[in-house]
Structure formats: C-alpha cells, structure tokens
Design a binder for this molecule. Structure first.
Ligand code: BT5
Length: 325
C-alpha cells in the first residue's frame, strides 16, 4: 500500500509540473488540507522542490537524485515487485536488512539504499557500494525446493541484463551472476536463501549496479575489471527510471518463472551469455577445472568440456574467462 506522502508525490509527478490544488488532494485522499501540507513539507525535506501558491496549489519543480520509495513507485507498473519499498540513505547491506525482515513482509518487498557500508559479494567477498549506484534486494517466496534456487540467480541476471540493454548498452552475462559490458563488470547478483530441507522459506536477491559510480576511484584490482553505466554512456542515467525498468523486467520474468516457463528464461540467458563458447577456469571449493563452456543445463549448472574431452557439470563456483589456447 502506498502511503499518503507517496500518493501525493505520484499525483504531482503525473501532473507534469502543472499545479494541483491542496483542496483537490485533500478531497481525493479524504484528509485535511493541513495533513496535505505536512506531507508536502516532508517531501521537501527529502529534496523535492515543490512550489506552493494559495490559490493555485502545489507544483513539482524539481526531484532529488535519490531512490526514495515515492519517486520509484510513481509510475511503477508492477503488481508484486516493489509494492513495498524500504529505503535507506546508508546501510550495512540491503541483503542483511532484507533477510531480517523477510519473515514478516510480503513477497516482492524491495530494500534499497543509496550506499552500503558493508556490501556483500559471494563467499564472503566485499562489494563496493558508494553513492550513485543502485544497491537493492528483492524478497521472494517462490515456494520451490532449494535445489532450484540457482534458477532465481539466472533469472535475476536476465532481468538486469535486459534493463541495461534497454539503455542501448551491450550487456552480457558471465556465468553465473555477473553482468559485463565489453568484458567489464557493471553488476553483481547475490542470491541468499532460507530453507527447510525440501522448501525455500524465502529468497533474497541482491542486485548491485554501478550506475552513476566513478569506478576510477575503486582500488586498482577492481577498477580495471569494472565499469559503470555512466562511464559507458558518457552521461549519468536517471536512476529512478532505471530501477522502475529493472523491477518491471524482474516481475515479468518472475511471473514466467512461476508459470513453469523457466526454459524460455534460460533461452534468453543463453542468448546474452558471455561465457558459452569461452575457455574458462572454474574454481570450486574442492577443485580447479579448465575447459570450454559449452552450455548450461536446466538447473543453471555450467557444462564444461575439458581438454580430455570429458564433460563436467558445475553447480557453483568461480568462473574466469581465459584466452583460447
Ligand atoms: C557479486 O559477488 O558480484 C555479488 C554482488 C551483490 C551486490 C548486491 S548490492 C545489493 C545487495 N546487498 C549486498 O550486500 N549485496 C547485494 P561476487 O561474484 O563475489 O563478486 C565480488 C567481487 O566483485 C569482488 O571481490 C570485487 O573483485 C568485485 N567488485 C566489488 N565491488 C564491485 C563493484 N561495485 N563493481 C564491480 N565489481 C566489484
């Protein structure tokens, strides 16, 4: 449910700068004009520029470059994903917050932050999350067995790659969870699940995108392998528009996923894959394998053909693209 503040903001955004009278707002939401005024003040505190004049009403003259729920929800056309958005200016990790609240909120709740102080990658790695990026976690309750969780990561990868492609950038997916532009990482995905033996209780899909981030300021070892949407496009993006696009793509795929249409999602994954056809080095907890990535199976496991012509199936591990020998 949108709160009044979000509803007022939506109304102001939709009227595209034309004034909306306080009386009209008060009437539409059945609240007093002073309650409307209180919400307008709160919106101004969040950085929205709102002109007010006694006889004409309120008009929106400027929006902050922030990912506040009201801005994202205005015009968001999803039914599940992003109906509830929890916003933080700064937090340790949106995945941590999402895991803490997952039991008590509805499916599709999104936790989003302007910056993270302890952003998390896989296997205890760190994820740099300065201001200007998009750091969000989506809570899902898909009612599937834990064995199928990797499908959710692939699905999230497809949604992020499609959203980035909609900007005209050649996003590709490196197995299992990196989105690359021209070989450099622009987005990472961390899926965490809480499960009983035979059923996932909830799943938190963390998506990190270097949107308007200066990757030049990253430590050297990360700088050379990463890029940002801003850098690739040569200008900043509107992060609110991008998040709306991402959540819409995510929901469309999730609905397919729930209708047992995962094969079509996998097909999209394959067409955007940067890994299939590459020579790769895979490091798992127990071994290192070299070979040619020849495909992914229905569970999202990578299929390798080793130098000896043996087929290996990799369910989880680190993947490095190598030059062909
Ligand atoms: C990932 O891990 O790629 C998953 C990243 C998920 C981040 C999101 S942000 C919202 C949510 N909340 C969180 O706390 N996490 C999720 P992995 O495949 O392990 O890659 C981590 C590696 O990527 C690091 O070891 C660095 O080499 C590199 N890296 C770190 N920060 C980066 C960044 N901002 N952009 C590009 N590469 C980065």
């Amino acid at each position: 449910m949108k709160n009044f503040k979000d509803k007022i903001l939506e109304k102001l955004i939709m009227s595209e700068g034309k004034p909306v009278s306080g009386e009209e707002l008060a009437h539409e939401f059945s609240v007093s004009r002073s309650a409307i005024w209180k919400h307008i003040r709160a919106l101004r505190d969040e950085g929205y520029s709102i002109d007010s004049s006694t006889n004409i009403g309120y008009s929106l003259t400027g929006t902050p470059d922030s990912l506040t729920p009201g801005g994202i929800k205005a015009g968001l056309k999803t039914n599940i994903i992003g109906k509830n958005i929890q916003y933080f200016k700064e937090t340790e990790s949106t995945n941590i917050i999402a895991r803490e609240m997952a039991g008590s909120v509805e499916e599709g709740t999104v936790v989003i932050a302007e910056s993270q102080t302890g952003g998390r990658g896989r296997l205890g790695r760190k994820w740099l999350s300065p201001e200007g990026g998009i750091w969000l976690s989506i809570i899902l309750k898909p009612g599937i067995q834990p064995l199928y969780a990797p499908r959710i990561t692939l699905m999230a990868g497809v949604s992020a790659a499609k959203a980035i492609r909609s900007l005209g950038l050649p996003a590709k997916i490196k197995w299992p969870n990196d989105i690359l532009i021209n070989g450099k990482k622009v987005c990472g995905i961390l899926t965490e699940i809480e499960a009983e033996i035979d059923m996932i209780e909830y799943c938190v899909v963390g998506i990190g995108i270097d949107a308007n981030v200066d990757t030049e300021s990253f430590p050297e070892e990360i700088r050379d392998n990463s890029t940002s949407l801003k850098k690739e496009l040569g200008h900043e993006i509107n992060r609110v528009d991008f998040v709306q696009k991402l959540l819409s793509e995510f929901e469309a795929l999730y609905l397919k996923f729930q209708k047992d249409e995962f094969p079509s999602i996998l097909e999209e994954w394959r067409t955007m894959s940067a890994t299939i056809g590459e020579w790769v080095k895979i490091t798992t907890q127990s071994k290192t394998i070299y070979g040619e990535a020849i495909g992914v199976d229905n569970e999202g496991a990578l299929i390798l053909e080793t130098d000896e012509g043996k087929l290996e199936k990799i369910v989880a591990g680190n993947c490095e693209h190598l030059r062909k020998p």
